[in-house]
Design a protein around this ligand. Structure first.
Ligand code: URA
Length: 425
């Protein structure tokens, strides 16, 4: 095989053969196909797409580049959720314990934030002592004891994707639906979960800005799941405004703990319960306890405490608090008609909650608390947002990001998406 022939085939709009896909993914992982050759192929895929057979084979080749985890030693079915990422999306934190409290095992390999969307591991690392890196035996131990584990994916899992994702990031080839779908699904299939629920976000704060694109991504991922014998369901959910009230790291953990204690913002509770029910159903646990009850009766909180403690964290320790705060007040009396997810996400990122490069540290205390959501009545001069940062020089650029993100009108209609837009199975 020759890399140039594979590139030419895709450049000219053809379908790659299974042998070409197996060879090019393997040779790239081994370093036998050069970065510039793979960059060229990724661009040809972005421009000309891949059909269902190609995407399934590409995903399979990326899975085979590394290890595949196996949870058959557990006495309960495994089920997991993956979100395509959003602003204030802390759903995994209450969801994994709630689903475990209903009888499933949740092996959740998570990532760190990059750009304006937060990462689950960054949020959890704001808990003093908590460790993201676990070996496979340790992961199994936490799953056995607590029922859920949230940790970093090891380097042995889909190494082809790790290398290719880094290349796509710097070559303008991230936004290809077949490449995004195969990237996400190769990691989830290699993780060894028995069932998978995808939360595909739609709106300004998400990867997918339109329902049509989100639906295409969801359908591609659901098809990859079924082609690999993995029960997969997707929900398309709103990301035109932030999820919940807190955006950041420690502030999102605190909000998640409120949800685990039976309270918290209604959108977080609604989405946690909806995704939890889908995860249990996909795992075949149709007669299981309801996740809403697990949040109300304290059993999800018990799992959370065991899970955090098992990974070295202290669930009772005070969370980090930023040194400086700044209030943004309502510019007028009326209805909050717009609180743009992207603007709030970029502002939180500039306050220090996110990172610009993979190796940058994050500030655990930085972030934003939203005191009102679209549709709420507000009074001129009342606090609308509280900004948190360790260093007050960060406020001006964060405020610039919020320019145009907030709109209050005296009798405006709120043009918000429904929280759950569609279900794809
Ligand atoms: N997340 C991934 O894991 N891969 C992508 O390609 C995009 C988002």
């Amino acid at each position: 095989m020759d890399a140039i022939d594979v590139i030419r085939a895709k450049r000219d709009g053809g379908a790659l053969t299974p042998a070409q896909i197996d060879w090019v993914v393997d040779a790239y992982t081994r370093g036998a196909v050069a970065e510039e050759q793979m960059a060229s192929l990724a661009m040809a895929i972005l421009l000309n797409g891949m059909d269902r057979v190609e995407v399934a084979r590409w995903t399979e080749a990326m899975i085979r580049s590394g290890e595949r985890m196996d949870w058959s030693a557990l006495d309960r079915p495994t089920t997991d959720k993956h979100s395509t990422g959003g602003v204030g999306d802390k759903i995994t934190l209450p969801l994994a314990p709630a689903v475990a409290a209903c009888g499933a095992a949740v092996p959740q390999l998570s990532g760190r934030g990059l750009g304006h969307t937060g990462g689950t591991l960054d949020k959890l690392e704001s808990i003093p002592g908590w460790r993201a890196s676990l070996g496979n035996d340790e992961m199994l131990g936490v799953l056995r004891d607590a029922g859920a584990v949230i940790c970093a994916a090891g380097t042995g899992l889909a190494p082809a994707d790790r290398k290719l994702y880094a290349l796509r990031d710097v070559t303008g080839t991230v936004e290809s639906i077949p490449l995004i779908a195969s990237s996400i699904m190769s990691k989830k299939i290699a993780e060894g979960t028995g069932a998978l629920v995808l939360d595909v976000k739609v709106g300004s704060g998400a990867f997918m800005k339109t329902v049509a694109n989100a639906r295409e991504l969801a359908e591609t991922m659901v098809a990859i799941g079924s082609d690999h014998g993995l029960r997969t369901v997707a929900l398309l959910t709103a990301m035109d405004r932030p999820l919940g009230n807190a955006v950041g790291n420690a502030v999102e953990v605190a909000e998640s703990v409120e949800v685990l204690a039976g309270g918290g913002p209604s959108d977080i509770v609604e989405l946690t319960v909806a995704l939890g029910r889908e995860m249990l159903q996909a795992a075949g646990l149709t007669a299981a306890k309801d996740p809403a009850d697990a949040l109300r009766d304290g059993s999800a909180m018990d799992v959370w405490r065991r899970m955090i403690t098992a990974q070295g964290g202290d669930p009772d320790a005070p969370l980090p608090v930023a040194r400086e705060t700044h209030e943004v007040t309502a510019p007028a009396t009326g209805v909050l008609t717009r609180l743009d997810a992207y603007g709030v996400g970029v502002a939180a990122w500039r306050l220090g909650a996110g990172r610009a490069r993979k190796e940058d540290p994050v500030s655990f205390g930085a972030g934003i608390i939203c005191h009102a959501k679209p549709g709420d009545k507000v009074t001129a001069g009342e606090p609308l947002l509280t900004l948190f940062a360790d260093d007050e020089t960060r406020f001006p650029r964060a405020l610039e990001a919020l320019d145009g993100a907030v709109e209050v009108t005296d009798r405006g209609t709120v043009d918000a998406q429904p929280l759950i837009i569609d279900r794809i199975a």
